[in-house]
Design a protein around this ligand. Structure first.
Ligand SMILES: [Zn+2]
Length: 319
């Protein structure tokens, strides 16, 4: 039995047909975790979908209405890069509910992992890059609304920049000292966003995160891990979060079809372990979502995602 919970539903499956996004990966990860005895059936929690009110904490009423009524424009549907259907919308609402549940359990157990989610390319008013709504942001805003956390840090290690997350949590300018000059406006941040990504990759326009690490093509394990350690140190020196939302994309893998970094499977596991070791040492709960993974061999993507659970088990200790 694991000392933390995994969140999963068969309904995480995305009904997108034949697609570079392997929608069956969630079930494959779930099944592999069980057959290899990494996890037991009792380690899994089944999520409920987010409510529309939860989704509206992040997304605009107009966009939510379009999704619920199937009235996206042709251009908006194209931008999603996955075929629209009511079933697709339901799967994304469930992914957001899964991230909410994982965030809640992470606060109690130190870590929790949703075997799904990580849809970091969804903006308040539109979706893109296979991401319909931003489950990470919905989870954070719901936890804040329930006063379970005041602030959070996103740590996005998908190979693609977390553009939607960056925009959702971009600092709002607030008036500074009323007696001061207008140039003394101060930025208010309640979610610090970190993104480590390949610079020469989608999205072409990268709206600024709180901290962006633009990585060169072909970067390998050692250099990547050094960058990650630096990014976390720098982030934690500027901001003390009550929750880390770790986006554990499998696509920095050297054999990923949509990535151009050169991490090995072992390097990716060490990446996960590094994040968990720091979170544990700093006593900051960490909620994990899987995000992208497009390896030429689906089994490699499944292994990388399963290794995230193994790394958490090794760091947080098996009972
Ligand atoms: Zn990605």
């Amino acid at each position: 039995m694991l000392p933390f919970k995994l969140v999963y539903s068969d309904d995480y499956f995305l009904p997108i047909g034949s697609h570079v996004f392997p929608a069956e990966k969630y079930k494959r990860v779930h099944d592999r975790l069980l057959t290899t005895n990494i996890a037991a059936a009792s380690d899994f929690l089944s999520p409920r979908p987010a409510s529309d009110d939860d989704v509206l904490l992040v997304h605009t009423p107009r966009y939510v209405e379009k999704l619920k009524t199937g009235t996206l424009s042709a251009m908006e549907e194209l931008q999603l890069e996955v075929p629209y259907s009511p079933e697709l919308v339901r799967a994304f609402w469930l992914a957001a509910g899964g991230s909410m549940l994982a965030a809640d359990y992470a606060l109690n157990d130190g870590v929790a992992i949703s075997i799904g989610g990580g849809f970091h390319h969804a903006f308040p008013d539109h979706g893109e890059g296979f991401c319909v709504i931003n489950d990470i942001a919905v989870a954070i805003r719901r936890m804040q609304r329930d006063e379970k956390i005041r602030n959070a840090m996103t740590l996005d290690c998908d190979v693609h920049q977390g553009n939607g997350t960056a925009v959702i949590f971009a600092p709002a300018s607030a008036p500074g000292n009323p007696g001061g000059m207008s140039r003394t406006r101060k930025e208010s941040i309640d979610v610090f966003t970190i993104s480590l990504h390949q610079e020469n990759n989608y999205p072409s326009f990268k709206p600024p995160s709180s901290l962006d690490m633009n990585l060169p093509d072909g970067l390998g394990d050692d250099e990547y891990l050094a960058c990650l350690g630096n990014a976390i140190s720098l982030g934690l020196s500027k901001f003390r979060p009550e929750l880390i939302c770790y986006v554990a994309g499998a696509d920095p893998y050297r054999e990923d079809q949509l990535g151009g970094l050169s991490l090995t499977i072992e390097g990716l596991k060490e990446r996960d372990a590094l994040v968990f070791r720091i979170a544990k040492a700093e006593n900051i709960p960490v909620m994990v979502t899987l995000a992208g993974g497009y390896a030429q061999e689906l089994e490699d993507t499944v292994t990388i995602h399963c290794n995230t659970v193994v790394a958490a088990k090794e760091v947080f200790g098996a009972k």
